[in-house]
Design a protein around this ligand. Structure first.
Ligand code: NAG
Ligand code: NAG
Ligand code: NAG
Length: 272
């Protein structure tokens, strides 16, 4: 059971997330998580659009972009008129996956006070969630399961006062860095081959990532929350309602509802 918090399957039902992670983390966490989870506003799913105010021509590559998740890193690519990511190369397999996530408390008893984390789907089929975190060594933004993220900076994720933009650790210190590694096709990274170029970083020390990325183009960027469609939101509200019912039903065992059991089974199956 302890491993359940790792790969979080959505399983068609958001309500199962706090329930499932809660089982691994104890009753206190369960309660707090349910409180936060019950907050529909926090659990409203959003995509993340990127804007960049620099006058530099190259900055156009990130301005009006969208966050995508690939190779365990968070990238910026342009978006089309339907607000879907535009792949830098044709026929990417699997296709680029746009960040689509929400806030939820990070399950870790050693973090006191508890920190609000940020999750995103990393694939639609199977529906699976990962934590978005800042690598404590490189300050690059990554995604991963609980064991991959727990020693890194997993929060506090928040929004600006008007709820329109994403913050981490109290401010909007996000930076796009050009990670294209040259034209040599035989000697390039996985992402280089896929034409991914702008990686997302967090300016943790508020010094413009001094001494970290010599000679690379970098731009400050703003991450805007783009709430998903009303239809999608409605679905989420219904799910939140179900969650409230689950919550009022009492102890941990009875909270372990059919969808959650289904999830647990999937998680179990996934680990084998
Ligand atoms: C839900 O989140 C909003 C925005 O942060 C906050 O104002 C509200 O108090 C929260 N509600 C609960 C029940 O925690
Ligand atoms: C968690 O992620 C790591 C890699 O970051 C992987 O090795 C491990 O198998 C994953 N655990 C689960 C339960 O998916
Ligand atoms: C790529 O080139 C760099 C130096 O330009 C070299 O250090 C590295 O080993 C090369 N990598 C591969 C996979 O050939």
């Amino acid at each position: 059971m302890a491993a359940l918090g790792l790969g979080l399957f959505l399983g068609g039902s958001i309500l199962a997330i706090p329930v499932v992670t809660g089982v691994a983390e104890g009753v206190e966490h369960q309660k707090k998580q349910n409180e936060e989870a019950a907050n529909e506003t926090r659990m409203t799913k959003f995509n993340a659009f990127v804007s960049c105010e620099s006058d530099d021509e190259i900055a156009d590559e990130v301005d009006n972009g969208i966050l995508v998740l690939r190779h365990n890193k968070v990238w910026i690519v342009p978006r089309d008129e339907k607000n879907k990511p535009i792949s830098p190369v044709p026929d990417m397999k699997p296709p680029l996956h746009a960040f689509a996530g929400f806030y939820i408390q990070y399950p870790d008893d050693d973090r006191s006070p508890p920190e609000r984390g940020l999750v995103s789907t990393i694939s639609d089929d199977p529906p699976m969630l990962n934590w978005i975190y800042c690598d404590k060594q490189t300050y690059e933004l990554r995604y991963g399961n609980r064991s991959a993220s727990i020693t890194h900076i997993v929060g506090v994720w928040d929004w600006t006062e008007d709820e329109t933009c994403i913050t981490l650790d109290g401010w909007e210190g996000f930076i796009a860095i050009d990670e294209w590694d040259g034209a040599d096709e035989d000697n390039t990274t996985e992402w280089g081959r896929e034409g991914l170029r702008w990686a997302l970083y967090f300016d943790k020390d508020d010094n413009g990532l001094k001494g970290r990325r010599k000679g690379r183009d970098m731009f400050e960027v703003v991450l805007k929350r783009k709430i998903q469609s009303e239809e999608e939101q409605l679905k989420q509200m219904q799910e939140a309602e179900k969650k409230m019912q689950v919550k009022s039903r009492g102890d941990l065992k009875t909270q372990f509802t059919a969808p959650a059991r289904e999830l647990a089974r999937k998680n179990e199956a996934a680990r084998k």
